[in-house]
Design a protein around this ligand. Structure first.
Ligand code: PHE
Length: 529
């Protein structure tokens, strides 16, 4: 029934009521309506000053699930009696099986015996259950029916107690409204206006119209808004950590990179397996990059072939520009770091030229860069690997940096995430020496798990860039996906990334705050208060 029809019906019934009173529950039951809807109608009428409503609490008896079953099928004892033939008997186990619910059968049997509705006849040798009463009255069902029909007042208190004890009925407190007419009562309802319109102002009709009161208690409409994916939430936390440590964000807006910046500038030999079709996605259109800074490329070529002026012997292999020009989907964000470090090196060289080549007149300004963005690798896809993922990377260039600085910085970085148990393990990267993998203790898996890779960039990489002799560059990288999966409890990457992602998951996922950082956030809150 539409809300307006319900209101109409209610005022009609109220105007006809001899007592001048209408109870919301009685009205709901008599008209087979949901009580909640009737309450809504009463509230509307109240807001129009058509009625006054007094909330009252009444106790009411209601059938339990078992009680309802009995009204439908008969009492347990009746069902046992009914299952027996008019004459002759059946074995008890057979009788019990006739009733699907074992408990009903057991209870019913005991009760039917004590009611003397059935008996056990041993005259034929084996005991058989027989009907003792030829007709029975299912009193329990009858009284429960009364309760169901709302006529529980016909029951004695003793009977009610008994049914309550058998958990066939329950007493519930019910809130309802006793409604009476108020000053504005009328059986015709003028629908109040909800809003003033331009029309009403123009023709002056607003003066005589009735307007609906504002309902300041109404719940607002949940605001429509965008949602950040968990990866972006975790990314934001990492960004904040880098900012706190004084890092600057690098521009990572190019997924397509030349092999030169992705590999050659990083002293990755042109015959390196990672450059193979197997790990790297090569572009066919456009297959080659447009430009490579030519002087720098010459120095890189020298370095690869014979070490150039870096003091290295290089790879003693041919180096081809055509190989360096091949476009790829970047396999790591270290390509971006290389571009940035090259820029820093070139700026230093410019300064040096302006200072007439006098190194004592200029100072190298240390830099701290970070990036968090997507990289691509042609991996075998499984529960934790996709062909694309996000890398978090930090690089620092300063005078006389050592392995100790790198380890200290990494410890500081992970401490901000609440990771304190760190271990370092030597490893190999073409562009760093020494290189270390970082491991952290995973108490859930009960083992050390790899969380990243790091190292001091090789002279073969940073000297051709033009960075001063005493400047070292350190760097480290990790994936964004792994900490996100751990933080949000995913063991399959496909639940987090890709076309199978449940958008509701994105809407519902809470914001990411690492345990360690919660305290400092609450401290900020306190100091604000
Ligand atoms: N680029 C490395 C990787 O792909 C991470 C790294 C960054 C290592 C910087 C050392 C220095 O895993």
């Amino acid at each position: 029934m539409a809300a307006e029809d319900l209101i109409q019906l209610f005022v009609q019934k109220l105007s006809l009521s001899e007592t001048g009173l209408l109870n919301s529950i009685e009205f709901a039951t008599n008209n087979s309506l949901e009580h909640q809807k009737v309450v809504g109608a009463v509230k509307s009428l109240q807001s129009m000053n058509m009625v006054v409503a007094e909330q009252i609490e009444t106790k009411r008896l209601e059938l339990t699930g078992e009680g309802k079953q009995i009204v439908e099928n008969g009492s347990h004892e009746y069902r046992i009696w009914e299952a027996l033939p008019e004459t002759g008997g059946i074995e008890q186990p057979v009788l019990m099986k006739k009733i699907s619910d074992e408990n009903v059968a057991k209870l019913g049997f005991t009760k039917a015996m004590s009611n003397k509705w059935i008996a056990i006849d041993k005259s034929s040798g084996k005991p058989l259950v027989i009907r003792k009463a030829t007709t029975v009255v299912d009193e329990v069902r009858h009284v429960l029916q009364l309760v169901q029909d709302g006529s529980s007042n016909k029951l004695t208190d003793q009977k009610k107690q008994e049914l309550k004890k058998r958990k066939l009925i329950a007493e519930i407190n019910e809130k309802s409204y006793d409604v009476r007419k108020a000053e504005n009562f009328s059986t015709t309802i003028a629908k109040p206006e909800t809003d003033i319109s331009a029309e009403m102002i123009r023709d002056g009709s607003w003066k005589s119209k009735q307007f609906k009161d504002y309902n300041f208690n109404a719940k607002g409409i949940p605001p429509e808004c965008g949602h950040l994916h968990p990866l972006l939430k975790v990314r934001e936390q990492f960004r904040q950590i880098f900012f706190e440590l004084g890092f600057e964000e690098m521009p990572t807006n190019n997924y397509v990179e030349s092999s030169f910046w992705c590999f050659d500038a990083l002293f990755v030999p042109q015959k390196h397996p990672a450059r193979d079709m197997q790990d790297t996605f090569f572009l066919s259109e456009p297959a080659e990059c447009l430009t490579i800074p030519s002087e720098y490329m010459e120095r890189i070529k020298e370095t690869h072939v014979n070490g150039g002026s870096t003091g290295s012997t290089g790879y003693s292999m041919e180096w081809k520009e055509s190989e360096a020009k091949k476009n790829v989907l970047r396999t790591h964000t270290t390509a971006v770091s290389a571009r940035m470090l090259y820029k820093v090196g070139q700026e230093y060289q410019q300064q040096l030229i302006s200072a007439g080549g006098d190194k004592s007149k200029i100072e190298f300004k240390p830099v701290k860069f970070f990036s968090i963005d997507k990289v691509f690798r042609n991996e075998t896809l499984d529960a934790t690997h996709l062909a694309e993922f996000n890398q978090i990377e930090g690089v620092v260039a300063d005078q006389n940096l050592s392995l100790g600085h790198l380890m200290g910085l990494i410890k500081e970085f992970f401490a901000k995430l609440g990771i304190h148990d760190l271990r370092f393990k030597p490893t190999y990267n073409p562009y760093t020496e020494p290189s270390m993998e970082m491991y952290s203790w995973h108490s859930g898996l009960n083992k050390w798990v790899e969380i990243g890779n790091s190292g001091l960039f090789r002279p073969e990489m940073i000297r051709p860039m033009g960075l001063p002799e005493d400047v070292n560059v350190l760097g480290w990288g990790l994936s964004l996906e792994r900490p996100t999966m751990i933080k949000y409890g995913y063991d399959n990457i496909r639940d987090l990334v890709g076309h199978k992602v449940d958008l509701q998951m994105v809407y519902d996922s809470p914001c990411c705050i690492w345990e360690e950082r919660k305290q400092s956030y609450s401290k900020v809150q306190q100091s604000k208060a």
